[in-house]
Every structure is written in structure tokens, then in C-alpha cells.
Design a protein around this ligand. Structure first.
Ligand code: FMN
Length: 207
């Protein structure tokens, strides 16, 4: 486990980073159920429970990879063969794929964007939970995630959508933290008078 007793939970969170360089094992059984349960602890306006996790492992991966490649061909007909091959390899060989289904209710008084944000918040919880249990992953997306035929394979008929996929496994390299921006540029205390000017925006103007 990544979290030794002397390490604070916050330090574990601050240590998380995404990686697509993943090897076996991926979580399974009760550990997987607990990791996905963390997703269901996300804030959820209206208690609509919009999360739908579709787990793809083992022999189902190459079959699903062909559906992804077909969706890429439909959505991005100009995409080079190299891009399709990259998708095929990632979806066939990554130890576990988790499709991030969004069970949306456009007619509900809670705006769809808030329903989608609940799914996004749940996804972040899952990424953190993976990290805390010694696993890793990366959230990926693309135009192919809008492909209705691909979504149907996952049981997501309109108006339900896909927030992308988590590629999941064990990080190949332990030292994978990249440099993070300084929080001082991204936070401020409002003084009740003047609008905030963030350091991050000043720096952007300088470029
Ligand atoms: C909704 C969403 C979709 C993303 N899609 C992709 C993607 O298709 N390809 C990619 O390389 N990174 C994608 N990313 C970014 C990675 O998941 C990841 O955040 C990035 O590599 C930076 O790593 P970090 O999480 O350690 O900061 C996406 C992130 C989000 C939130």
C-alpha cells in the first residue's frame, strides 16, 4: 500500500499523479469494489447517482479495442493509422479499462452540467483511491467517446453519455511525480473590495 502509517493521508493525495505506463496487477474483488465505492462518495446534487462504471478486463479487452478503433474511424476519419493503432494497443493491453458512464437526466431540475460534474468528482475519487491502494491510472477521452454505437456496446443509450475511460493497473515506475504549479498562483483571499488578480493569469500574460 502507498500509505504507510507515518504518512499523512494528505501527503498521499499530494503525491498522486496520472500514468499510462501500467502493468498487472489491476485491482480485483473486494479491493476493486471498495475503490469504485469511493467514486460513489462524490457530491451528488439531487442524489441522482449518475455514476455507471463498466469494467473491462482479460479477453474482453481486445474485443472492446476493436469497437474503439471502429469508433475512432467513424468519428475521426482523417486520423492516421498510427493513432488507431495506439488506441488498439492501449485498450487491448492495459490491465483494466473502466468506462465512465454518465446516467443523465436532462429533464431533472438539477442541471445536466451538475450531473456531469458529480461523475467527474467521482472519477477523481476513484483515481485517488487507486493511488492509495498502490495502483495507478490515467483518465483519457476523445471524440470516439461520443460515438453512439460504441456507447450502445456499454449499455449507454441516449441521453446517457461517457466521461471517458480510466486506464488502470500498477504503475511501471514508482518515481512518476511531475512538477506541480505553486498554489500561491491559484488561490487568493478576497478582501471584500477588489476583484482578484491571480498570479497564474499574470504569468500567462507574460508568455
Ligand atoms: C476529462 C479528462 C479527459 C482527459 N483526456 C485525456 C486524453 O485523452 N489523453 C491524455 O493524454 N490525457 C487526458 N487527460 C489528462 C490526463 O488524465 C492527466 O490528467 C494528465 O496526463 C496530467 O496528469 P496528472 O493527472 O498527473 O496531472 C484528461 C483529463 C481529463 C480530466
Amino acid at each position: 500500500m502507498a500509505q504507510a502509517s507515518s504518512v499523512s493521508p494528505l501527503n498521499v493525495l499530494l503525491d498522486r499523479s496520472s500514468t499510462g505506463d501500467l502493468v498487472a496487477p489491476a485491482p480485483h474483488g473486494d479491493v476493486l469494489a471498495r475503490i469504485l465505492s469511493a467514486g460513489l462518495r462524490a457530491p451528488d446534487h439531487g442524489h441522482l447517482c449518475p455514476w455507471r462504471y463498466v469494467v473491462i478486463t482479460g479477453e474482453a479487452r481486445p474485443t472492446f479495442a476493436e469497437h474503439v478503433v471502429a469508433a475512432v474511424a467513424r468519428q475521426e476519419p482523417e486520423a492516421p493509422e498510427k493513432k488507431r493503432e495506439k488506441r488498439r494497443k492501449r485498450f487491448s493491453e492495459t490491465p483494466m479499462i473502466i468506462a465512465l458512464g454518465m446516467h443523465l437526466r436532462p429533464d431533472h431540475k438539477v442541471p445536466v452540467m451538475e450531473q456531469e460534474m458529480a461523475v467527474a468528482a467521482g472519477t477523481m475519487n476513484v483515481l485517488n483511491a487507486l493511488h492509495m491502494e498502490g495502483f495507478g491510472g490515467v483518465w483519457i477521452s476523445g471524440a470516439f467517446c461520443e460515438d453512439r454505437s460504441l456507447l450502445s456496446q456499454l449499455g449507454l443509450e441516449a441521453p446517457h453519455r461517457l466521461a471517458g475511460f480510466l486506464l488502470v493497473g500498477t504503475p511501471e515506475k514508482s518515481d512518476r511525480c511531475h512538477t506541480r504549479p505553486d498554489i500561491g498562483d491559484y488561490m487568493a483571499f478576497w478582501d471584500g473590495q477588489s476583484p482578484i488578480a491571480f498570479g497564474a493569469d499574470d504569468r500567462r500574460k507574460e508568455r
